[in-house]
Design a protein around this ligand. Structure first.
Ligand code: ZN
Length: 167
């Protein structure tokens, strides 16, 4: 395993559409393992392949329950509403108040190529939505409804900074 370099905005890879993975090969499994290691080291609770410079539809998420890796993820159901602070490993200086669905169902493939479906609520649901957005070149700042609700990290009190999750 290896820690990969996290791409920082405005790197164009963060603004482009990622390609579906046609076949789960060894390099794809290696990518997913490296992404998990990179996410834990950052630290963050999610990472999408474009964040390590790879235009492929692979995400990893771990909000403290257990790691989830999804290839070609699709959000098939989204319900409810949550509003909360969100940060991104690729936009390290910014924090925004982002509205997301409270509960989602995500389908995709595991690293064995088997279809899997994962449900998430709260932070897990937020992380899935944030990561799938990355695959479509969408950053969280584009989801902030009120532009006055974007702050520089160093403007926030230390106690608030600690609460912000980076995805
Ligand atoms: Zn992000």
């Amino acid at each position: 395993m290896a820690i990969r370099r996290i791409m920082i905005y405005p790197d164009p890879v963060l603004l482009s559409q990622a390609q579906a993975v046609a076949k789960i090969t060894r390099p794809v499994r290696q990518l997913a393992r490296d992404m998990l290691e990179t996410m834990y080291a950052a630290p963050g609770v999610g990472l999408a392949a474009p964040q390590v410079g790879v235009r492929q539809r692979v995400i990893v998420v771990d909000v403290g329950e257990n790691p989830v890796t999804l290839v070609n993820p699709q959000i098939t159901t989204a319900e409810g509403k949550q509003i909360g602070l969100e940060g991104c490993l690729s936009l390290p200086q910014l924090v925004g108040e982002v509205q997301r669905s409270e509960w989602v169902v995500v389908s995709g493939l595991d690293l064995g190529g088997k279809p899997i479906t994962v449900e998430g609520e709260g932070l897990l649901a937020r992380a899935f939505q944030h990561e799938v957005d990355h695959l479509d070149g969408i950053l969280f700042v584009a989801r902030v409804q009120d532009p006055t609700c974007i702050w520089r990290t160093d403007e926030l009190k230390a106690s608030v900074q600690k609460e912000v999750v980076h995805i």
